[in-house]
Ligand binder design. Structure first.
Ligand code: GDP
Ligand code: CA
Length: 309
């Protein structure tokens, strides 16, 4: 008998930590997990294709992540980055570690040979054994760009180089309109028993996934979302800057309202329980700090039981 099928929409670090809990709970109930991961952060640098969110998830679930930074490889060295800087090769503001570069070399070589990102990701996962089915949202190029007063720049430049300090007018998901969901994405959504929205950045991690035609309409199974905002602030990162750019309040209710069309249940921290009303959605107060894997697995259990009701 096939167990429950859980599909998770996820970004990078928040998505990865959440998926550790999903995997833990799924193992205890014999469920199968598929993660559909944002590709809007993907970028070419120094001739290499970099997929920050896919790699954060893959390294975290494969136990290769640097736990202190929360991104990139454990035990990393930076010789290539220093050599590039000595050439004055731009960009110099992006952290490309030596170990990490091996991943980007394998990916870029396979891309050049015409392989789709989904197949490349599966190949990389043969090494990392994440214990879930890891899919990019699209095999096509979809890139988040940030519109400023005088120009538009790639999301990575805005986020990493400028630390989200340049006022953003809006975010554009270049290529999304003509992109199609990656191989396996529509099948996973069609077969899902439940869909979870990770506590990822709603504006630049979840929205670019939903911008790919077909995905939003395929959210037919019951959907539970987990708020990335606790007590009116992002737990880490600069989601507040992204939300203010699109005119949404940085609260659990604000993010819930972005998802109201397709949510069945919205998990908020007890700190936000009294203030959160999302029309037509069951609000479920549950501790949302992902302090460790068992705590995160408990969060996942609450999400699934809210969907059973
Ligand atoms: P990124 O792509 O690496 O920026 O990561 P994501 O978009 O997947 O996740 C970033 C979001 O995770 C931020 O908005 C944080 O508020 C949220 N986040 C990080 N840690 C926690 C946590 O322990 N609990 C909750 N609820 N959200 C968290
Ligand atoms: Ca990201």
């Amino acid at each position: 008998m096939v167990g429950m099928r859980i599909v998770v929409l996820a970004g990078g670090i928040g998505g990865a930590r959440f998926l550790l809990g999903v995997r833990e709970h799924a193992r205890s109930i014999g469920a199968e997990v598929t993660a559909i991961v944002n590709v809007g952060d993907d970028v070419w640098m120094h001739g290499l294709r970099i997929c920050p969110d896919l790699d954060s998830v893959m390294y975290t679930l494969g136990d290769g992540i640097d736990p202190g930074r929360g991104w990139g490889r454990a035990g990393e060295t930076w010789s290539v980055k220093e050599e590039l800087a000595s050439y004055g090769a731009e960009p110099t503001w992006f952290g490309l570690g030596d170990r990490d570069i091996a991943t980007h070399l394998v990916r870029s070589t396979m891309l050049a040979a015409g392989q789709p990102l989904s197949a490349i990701t599966a190949r990389l996962c043969e090494r990392w054994q994440p214990g879930i089915n890891l899919l990019p949202a699209s095999d096509d190029r979809v890139e988040t760009h940030v519109v400023l007063a005088d120009r538009a720049i790639h999301f990575q430049e805005w986020w990493v180089r400028h630390k989200a300090e340049l006022p953003a007018q809006r975010f554009v998901f270049l290529g999304a309109e003509t992109a199609t969901p990656a191989s396996g994405v529509m099948e996973a959504l069609a077969q899902a028993d439940v869909i979870l929205i990770a506590p990822s950045n709603p504006v630049v991690s979840i929205a670019p996934i939903l911008a790919i035609p077909g995905i939003k309409d395929a959210l037919k199974a019951p959907v539970a979302g987990i708020s990335p905002i606790i007590g009116g602030a992002p737990v880490r990162g600069m989601a507040d800057k992204c939300l203010s750019a699109i005119g949404v309040e940085c609260t659990a209710a604000g993010v819930g309202s972005l998802y109201a069309d397709f949510l069945t249940a919205w998990l908020v921290d007890p700190a936000d329980a009294d203030d959160t009303v999302v029309n037509g959605v069951t609000v479920v107060p549950t501790p949302l700090w992902m302090t460790d894997v068992p705590t995160t697995a408990t969060m996942v259990r609450s999400a699934l039981s809210a969907l059973e009701k």
